[in-house]
Design a protein around this ligand. Structure first.
Ligand SMILES: Nc1ncnc2c1ncn2[C@@H]1O[C@H](COP(=O)(O)OP(=O)(O)OP(=O)(O)O)[C@@H](O)[C@H]1O
Ligand SMILES: [Mg+2]
Length: 247
């Protein structure tokens, strides 16, 4: 399998706060990598460094054999290869569903309106939202908004999709439809990096699970290894907390 993204010795400080301390991650073509860990452990910061919403303090982000942090690298182009889905949807509320899914294609990828529309419709169909093309985000449920956000990201034909807790802001009854949509994407062979607290889902879809703790990767392995036989005390403590919540 080819490596799509390789993170080497990544560090990120916010002032004196060392949020990522020497993080190393490789994501291969077609792999589904899930990141779990307590609040504040650095999961979002890692995703935001991968797509350069945050500038890493040091380290390398190697995309298809080239370090994108080197001077002169075409960063806007790099960003188009990564799709991002956030907890809070981040749709354009003044645009309808179709325009949300075509605007990036037209402005960034320079696609014609017709082509962008065809691509958007294909992806909206994939997430079961093709009947809502004229709706504004405000008219949709949280689950529907998140499915549109996924279709919008897919419409840019990314090499990798990054998801940051895509179901955490949803009412419980909407979580299933979004996880189902993501599971369908997994089945298409898309390369995905997913931050989630949905442990059953993580167990079901992940090729590899990364457990982050205080800015480092404390442990990683297959779902079987991590859930079945966690090696580190911190992993055990986290899993026991999240799998057996007390009141
Ligand atoms: N823009 C920022 N400026 C300053 N500190 C930040 C910033 N973003 C994150 N941090 C700090 O970095 C640490 C890691 O935050 P991060 O959001 O990456 O954690 P997380 O694992 O995603 O947590 P959660 O599960 O709550 O989303 C926290 O201490 C947070 O306060
Ligand atoms: Mg986070």
């Amino acid at each position: 399998m080819n490596e799509v993204i390789k993170i080497e010795h990544l560090k990120k400080n916010f002032g004196d706060n060392e949020v990522l301390k020497d993080v190393n991650v490789t994501v291969k073509q077609g792999e589904v990598v899930t990141i779990i860990g307590s609040s504040g452990s650095g999961k979002s910061t890692l995703l935001r460094c991968i797509n350069l919403l945050e500038k890493p303090t040091s380290g390398k982000i190697i995309y298809k054999d080239t370090n994108v942090l080197e001077k002169g690298y075409d960063l806007p182009k790099y960003r188009t290869h990564l799709g991002m889905v956030f907890q809070q949807f981040n749709l354009f509320n003044n645009m309808n569903v179709l325009d949300n899914c075509t605007s990036g294609q037209i402005t960034v990828l320079k696609r014609s309106k017709e082509e962008a529309k065809a691509v958007a419709l294909k992806n909206l169909e994939k997430v079961g939202m093709e009947r809502f093309i004229n709706a504004k985000p405000g008219q949709l449920s949280g689950g529907q908004k998140q499915r549109v956000a996924i279709a919008r990201a897919l419409s840019m034909d990314p090499d990798v999709m990054l998801f940051d807790e895509p179901t955490s802001a949803l009412d419980p009854e909407m979580v299933g439809e979004v996880l189902k949509t993501m599971k369908d994407l997994v089945d298409t062979g898309l390369t995905m990096v997913i931050v989630t607290h949905e442990m059953a889902f993580a167990r079901d879809v992940s090729d590899r699970i990364i457990f982050m703790d205080q800015g480092v990767i404390a442990e990683e392995g297959t779902a079987e290894e991590l859930f079945g036989n966690p090696k580190h005390e911190r992993t055990k403590a986290f899993l026991s907390r999240i799998l057996n919540p007390t009141i």
